[in-house]
Design a protein around this ligand. Structure first.
Ligand code: HEM
Length: 141
């Protein structure tokens, strides 16, 4: 459950992200692959070298999927249901990796939004990404 304040913080951060989903999503994935290289195992068929177009394209998809649920936090389960199936049954991503990607996304947001990404916004966004991760991992249980 999210308080009205948390919902407002998440929505206002997301408004700032929207024009940059491809660039910032790409940066988050680039960090993921550089800082946690074990995550590259899932992307053997993708060019994961820094600056690759495939990373930006995929980063855009990931960020837009996050955005699809950022404004409607009470319906996250439904919105993310098919992505949850994909990651659990098709891709079989070990749930630990969602925490690693969430961390990289937070770092990218903090870099780009130094004044908006206050400790309160950080806390709300961390909670939000943890819910996304929990939903994408729930089909494993
Ligand atoms: C595909 C979102 C975390 C591995 C996708 C797609 C989206 C997405 C939207 C594209 C689905 C499609 O094309 O229909 C997310 C979100 C995540 C997340 C919102 C968490 C915030 C992860 C993590 C990994 C991962 C942690 C592994 C380290 C993959 C792979 C694909 C994929 C391998 C398929 C890529 C391809 O073949 O093009 N994800 N993802 N995802 N995701 Fe995730």
């Amino acid at each position: 459950m999210y308080s009205a304040t948390e919902k407002a913080l998440i929505a206002s951060i997301w408004e700032k992200v929207t024009p940059h989903t491809e660039q910032w999503g790409g940066e988050a994935l680039e960090r993921l692959f550089a800082v946690f290289p074990q995550t590259k195992i899932y992307f053997k068929h993708v060019d994961t070298s820094p600056g690759s177009a495939a990373i930006r394209t995929h980063g855009d998809k990931v960020m837009k999927a996050i955005g699809s649920t950022a404004g409607d936090l009470d319906n996250m389960l439904t919105t993310l249901s098919s992505l949850s199936n994909l990651h659990a049954y098709n891709l079989m991503v070990d749930p630990v990796n969602f925490k690693l990607l969430s961390h990289c996304i937070l770092v990218v947001l903090a870099n780009h939004l130094p004044s908006e990404f206050t400790p309160e916004a950080h806390l709300a966004f961390d909670k939000f990404l943890a819910s996304v991760a929990a939903i994408l991992s729930q089909k494993y249980r």
